[in-house]
Write a protein that binds this ligand. Structure first.
Ligand code: PLP
Length: 394
């Protein structure tokens, strides 16, 4: 059976150009980048070039990029590192109710250590309430952490405005750009971003490698202790092949982002038009225009998202309900609840996230298959029967 992969916000297949360089690097540049002899020098040069490629995708300087193990570590390093590093100013942090768990759980852990955290609400489209954000800033606020694009619904935040507010109030601004990096244009100077998290596996790079952009002059306390690597902020032998792969992924994103974005948006819109025309009682979640072009989040009334996923998987269609990182939990998505959805609608949601290899034929297959699956599941739902009775349809 042919499989259709529509879960690119969970992870992406490796780009062929990345795979080539990654394999070459694993075979040939195995040296420890911290050593003085030729093997080390070769690995160091590859890392140098990759750092430049990652930095240039966001208008940063090479020396402002620290390589980590992924988005989760970058978020931890940013929020925790800035909080610990600026205690002399205060112990207050601002974030939103809408963030990824990598930021939310870090904030919760910091609360237990005596930090205070304000969680700013979002509107029904998932856009952070800027008035509430402004009100939350205090003289002892050390960091504002607001994600660039949401992983579940795709909503893009007004990052440049948040950056301007933070800069005016002299507060460090961190953005979790794990979903935006390589998908939308980012310029850390134009957007007044001080810290930015990215992860290679979301842009057709390898898993287990990420980056934190740290603006020159921003104080961060290391959260790990060890050797001198990465300016002592991230000690440990560098994952040179992973870094090389990340560099190529960033390079390919710079070349392909615009053209692919247009193609993917057309497919995403085709999917929504098809679903909307064929399936009643559905709800599109997220901002209609200020959103990642690859993401479509839909709630199907009277249906459980998890059962839909399994039935679609039987047909070869791979999608997610809520965040992949929480798919092992039966709690309704905190993102959808924050946008005001009922727990039922949150439970009945599916996230389709498209990528560079998807085709019109695949989308048409989904449009043909999904209505049948939803109809079959609704026919087994006592709630749906009750609803139809009330509508005098049976
Ligand atoms: N932040 C966001 C917005 C994400 O979507 C994810 C992963 O889904 C992460 C952070 C964590 O990234 P990683 O899987 O590289 O640790």
């Amino acid at each position: 059976m042919k499989r259709i992969y529509l879960d690119h916000n969970a992870t992406t297949p490796v780009h062929p150009a990345v795979a080539d360089e990654l394999c070459r690097s694993i075979r040939e540049t195995f040296g420890n980048a911290g050593t003085l002899y030729s093997y080390g020098k070769e690995a160091r040069m590859m890392v140098h070039d990759a750092r430049e490629l990652v930095a240039s995708l966001i208008g940063a300087k090479r020396e402002e990029i620290i390589f980590t193990s992924g988005g989760t570590e970058s978020d931890n390093m940013a929020v925790r590192g800035a909080a610990y590093g600026n205690i002399s100013k205060g112990k207050h942090i601002i974030t939103s109710v809408f963030e990824h768990h990598a930021v939310l759980e870090t904030c919760k852990a910091l609360e237990k250590e005596g930090f205070e955290v304000s969680y700013v609400p979002v509107d029904e489209h998932g856009v952070v309430r800027l008035d509430e954000l402004q009100k939350a800033i205090r003289p002892d606020t050390v960091i504002i952490s607001i994600m660039h694009a949401n992983n579940e619904v795709g909503t893009i935040q007004p990052i440049a405005e948040i950056g301007r507010i933070a800069r005016e109030r002299k507060v460090i601004f961190h953005t979790d750009a794990v979903q935006a990096f390589g998908k939308v244009k980012i310029n850390v100077d134009e957007m007044d971003i001080d810290l930015l998290s990215a992860s290679a596996h979301k842009l057709y790079g390898p898993k287990g490698i990420g980056a934190l952009y740290i603006r020159k002059g921003i104080k961060i306390k290391p959260i790990m202790t060890g050797g001198h690597q990465e300016r002592k902020l991230r000690p440990g032998t560098l994952n040179a092949p992973g870094i090389v792969g990340f560099g190529i992924a960033a390079k390919m994103a710079a070349i392909e982002m615009e053209g692919e974005g247009e193609k993917i948006k057309k497919l995403r819109d085709r999917l929504w038009d098809g679903i909307q025309a064929k399936i009643p009682h559905i709800l599109r979640n997220g901002h209609q225009t200020q959103s990642l072009v690859n993401t479509l989040n839909v709630s199907f009334e009277f249906v459980e998202g998890e059962s839909l996923i399994l039935s679609l998987d039987d047909q070869g269609i791979c999608v997610a309900s809520g965040s992949a990182c929480t798919s092992d939990s039966l709690e309704p998505s905190h993102v959808l609840l924050a946008m005001g959805l009922s727990p039922e609608n949150a439970h009945g949601s599916l996230r389709f996230s498209l990528g560079r290899d998807n085709t019109e034929e695949e989308i048409d297959f989904v449009i043909e298959t999904l209505p049948k699956v939803v109809e079959r599941m609704r026919s087994m739902s006592p709630l749906y029967r009750e609803f139809l009775k009330k509508q005098k349809k049976i």
